[in-house]
Design a protein around this ligand. Structure first.
Ligand code: B1N
Length: 806
């Protein structure tokens, strides 16, 4: 039964009395928030149970999405929206003198991920439920999420993210579903009484994996799927082994922290154990449920279960499934292998060499002895089979165990039936360059699934002013089916509509301006272009190129204060991995340039730099609706897809981009006239690699503008960066500018000048913006997961959803 406003108020008060023995008027924000959360959870708990029973009773094939990161952000408004309660809740709370938006800020961001990869996993969870697809997440319940970022004297400082401190209203601890995971020790094979070879474990450690489940609420469809996150505990049987505090702490550390690296791999023991921990716990619980609830023979597993390996971190799914099928279910190797390959599928998210995961044989053998034995067997059989079909060196290059290391991507490809990239260009590069050897061996296994974003969150929830205009202009169907945003194309010359969208943008900009003032003490004008670059800090993403351009503008203005140009606010949001020195140097330089430019009276507020600290999902929700320009300026070929590019276009920002990742598809969607493209293409980048003819020094010598900009880093123009400025300078000149910033500089400047001119023509700009919004529907993760469901997972939506959609 739908809850009306009066019932809502009554229930909220009632629950507050029951749980806190308090009247609303005396309760703290946290208490009200917790109570509201419990109320919302109660509204979907029946559907949660029913969804699960439905899948079991109908023996529906289900997908389990294994990911070492999930980045859901806040869930209150998203759950309210999906339950159809957002408006009621807002009105009820207003009656009670409470502002929903401020109350929502009480919720701590669930930040169990670094960036795009983790956020994608959460967009998929939302879309899988919203499409009525039987699918669940499987990951780790870190006690601490991604570090909190502060700036002290312009430097990044990392603080722990104690996200569980206020409690987590959404999760349910399921003690009864705990499983044991064995690590370390020795394993040898011995014949049992029936003459079968069985592994015998010695001196292993037993870890108890306890699941915490969170409901993933579908959009207005009564479907609630499960995100299951595992936490480590000491099993009762092992209590006596863990008497010292230090011993206990070591064990509990396993799920304490998320590794804060993005697109870079830090091989460490805890990380490997984390990977095995959530893989083993997840697969054990899948098999247990299958046997108990589906009741089919284990040989039919692949008809009921699909497991997705999100990047290589869960690649141990392959040997762990083999272990269970062979050691515990006593299937033959061949039969177990056939099932495993059918069940598993894998997504590659990067071509950056340093991110391709490898573990030393020694570490693997010591940490996970049974896994290592099984991988040796998989490797040996792979070589044996392929030797007859392919040249020796091709087979050698593609082995799982090679040169003293275990190659996780090789394991994931060999042990699954599907490998996909995350944008067309990236999937092509995988086939032609990065994993070309495997493409020769398994041409049918490779495919593309361009990323998408949870459109309801990234439009309806974060951008109400725009959403209201859309409702008035094209009706409300776009809220369920974002493909209908296309209807907006009919209004591209409608002055009234263009003006209303411009007003909505202005409202969002004012809100962000208020936040900027509060967070940084910097005053910005909403008349300025809000030029946004928000993503992890990484050399290949080229935040430095953005800074070089800003320095150029600064120097131009210093030289000639009357130079004609639009006001601009350059907004950055970016965390650097704590161990990534160069990225931190760039942060310091941006902050010092900001201090210089923002306080220079000659500049007179014509350009400003705002580096907002602690970029996370909630901050993205504030910045994205207010953006005019979306900076997607990675060196072509390096960004696998990008997803902030999609969120920004959906909110009417104009993209300034290289032809990299999904930018290529954004250009195809909006047309050349509604995007600003610059820089080398991926082909030209590869040509440079082949000819090795790139000389940054030469560009510096010949280009006076670039020379003046770079000199600003070492001649005191930008103060307080004596060491950092030198490091930047050297990285570009002495070490020859690995990401071709100088090569792309002129065309970037040109594109920025074009943007400056275009912004001056309000109608022209607003029309481009409208066309971007209208074509944003193409990048909905609903569409993306539907394609995974059909092509890879072979799962079907819940019947009621099918009938509803016709
Ligand atoms: O995955 C995103 C893409 O949109 C981005 O282009 C891509 O950079 C990102 C090791 C990664 N690739 N690799 C990672 C994350 C954590 C880690 O420990 C690698 N993240 C991406 C979604 O497809």
């Amino acid at each position: 039964m739908a809850l009306d406003k009066e019932m809502f108020k009554k229930e909220l008060r009632q629950r507050l009395r029951e749980n806190y023995a308090m009247e609303l008027e005396d309760a703290s924000e946290q208490e009200i928030f917790n109570t509201l959360g419990a109320l919302v959870k109660a509204r979907y708990s029946d559907a949660w149970g029913d969804t699960w029973k439905y899948y079991v009773n109908k023996k529906k094939k289900q997908v389990y999405y294994f990911s070492i990161e999930f980045l859901p952000g806040r869930m209150l408004k998203s759950n309210l929206l999906n339950l159809g309660m957002l408006d009621t809740a807002r009105e009820a709370l207003t009656d009670l003198g409470i502002d929903l938006d401020s109350l929502a800020e009480v919720e701590k961001d669930m930040a169990l991920g670094n960036g795009g990869l983790g956020r994608l996993a959460s967009c998929f969870m939302d879309s899988i439920a919203s499409c009525g697809l039987p699918g669940n997440g499987n990951g780790i319940r870190y006690d601490y999420g991604l570090f909190k970022q502060r700036f002290v004297d312009g430097y990044q400082v990392e603080l722990p993210d104690e996200w569980l401190q206020g409690g987590n209203i959404w999760e349910v601890r399921r003690e009864s579903k705990a499983v044991d995971v064995r690590v370390g020790g020795h394993v040898y094979l011995a014949e049992n009484s029936e003459g079968k070879l069985k592994p015998i474990y010695e001196n292993e450690r037993v870890l108890r994996a306890v699941p915490y489940d969170t409901g993933m609420v579908g959009f207005e469809n009564n479907v609630v799927n499960t995100l299951r996150l595992w936490s480590v505990e000491i099993p009762d049987s092992e209590e006596d082994k863990y008497q010292s505090i230090q011993g206990r702490r070591e064990l509990e550390d396993l799920t304490a922290v998320l590794y804060p690296d993005d697109s870079n791999e830090q091989g460490r023991l805890i990380r490997l154990t984390q990977e095995y921990f959530f893989v083993s716990a997840g697969i054990q619980s899948i098999i247990r449920r299958y046997k108990k609830r589906i009741g089919q023979p284990i040989s039919k597993l692949s008809e009921y279960v699909s497991i997705h390996i999100n990047d290589t971190h869960p690649a141990l799914c392959v040997p762990e499934m083999m272990r269970i099928l062979v050691d515990e279910e006593e299937l033959s190797w061949e039969q177990a292998w056939d099932i495993t390959v059918k069940v598993m599928s894998y997504t590659n998210h990067t071509i950056m060499a340093e991110a391709l995961e490898k573990w030393s044989i020694d570490l693997m053998r010591r940490t996970l002895p049974r896994m290592y034995q099984i991988m040796e067997e998989i490797d040996a059989r792979y070589v044996q089979t392929m030797r007859e079909l392919h040249p020796h060196d091709l087979v050698e290059r593609t082995r799982i165990i090679r040169n003293g290391q275990v190659h996780m991507a090789h394991l994931a490809i060999i042990g699954s039936h599907s490998t996909n990239g995350v944008a067309k260009l990236h999937s092509d590069l995988i086939k032609s360059v990065v994993l070309h050897d495997f493409y020769i061996i398994y041409p049918d296994r490779f495919n593309n699934k361009t990323n998408g974003v949870a459109q309801r969150r990234w439009s309806q929830i974060v951008n109400e002013p725009m959403s209201n205009v859309l409702d008035d202009v094209i009706g409300k169907t776009w809220r369920k089916d974002s493909g209908d945003l296309k209807l907006l194309m009919n209004y591209q010359s409608d002055q009234v509509v263009l003006e209303r969208l411009a007003e909505a943008k202005k409202v969002n900009k004012q809100k962000l301006a208020d936040y900027i003032l509060e967070a940084t003490d910097i005053n910005v004008s909403t008349d300025a272009i809000f030029d946004v670059q928000i993503k992890r800090l990484h050399a290949y993403k080229r935040q430095l190129l953005n800074l070089l351009h800003i320095i150029k503008l600064y120097q131009d203005l210093k030289e000639n204060p009357n130079v004609a140009m639009q006001k601009r606010v350059f907004i950055f949001g970016a965390k650097a991995a704590p161990s990534y020195h160069y990225a931190k140097v760039i942060i310091k330089c941006i902050n010092e340039a900001a201090r210089l430019i923002n306080n220079d009276s000659d500049i007179n507020d014509r350009i400003k730099i705002v580096f907002l600290p602690n970029y996370n999902v909630s901050l993205a929700e504030k910045i994205i609706p207010a953006a005019d320009v979306s900076e997607q300026i990675s060196l072509a070929s390096k960004e696998a897809s990008g997803t902030s590019n999609m969120k920004l276009m959906l909110n009417g920002a104009i993209t300034l981009a290289t032809l990299d990742g999904a930018n290529v598809e954004i250009r195809d969607a909006v047309g050349d006239d509604n995007i600003y493209i610059f820089g080398l293409t991926e082909k030209e980048v590869y040509e440079y690699y082949e000819n090795q003819e790139y000389t940054a020094q030469k560009i510096y010598d010949e280009n006076a503008v670039i020379r003046r900009v770079l000199n600003a880093f070492i001649d005191g123009t930008i103060p307080n960066i004596v060491y950092e400025g030198r490091e930047i300078f050297d990285s570009l000149i002495k070490y020859n500018d690995e990401y071709f910033l100088l090569r792309d500089f002129d065309s970037y400047v040109k594109a920025q000048e074009d943007i400056d001119k275009a912004y001056g023509d309000r109608t022209f700009w607003q029309k481009m913006s409208l066309i971007n919004i209208a074509n944003g529907g193409r990048f909905s993760s609903d569409e993306t997961v539907r394609r995974y469901a059909e092509d890879i997972w072979k799962i079907e939506p819940k019947d009621s959803f099918v009938t509803e959609k016709g």
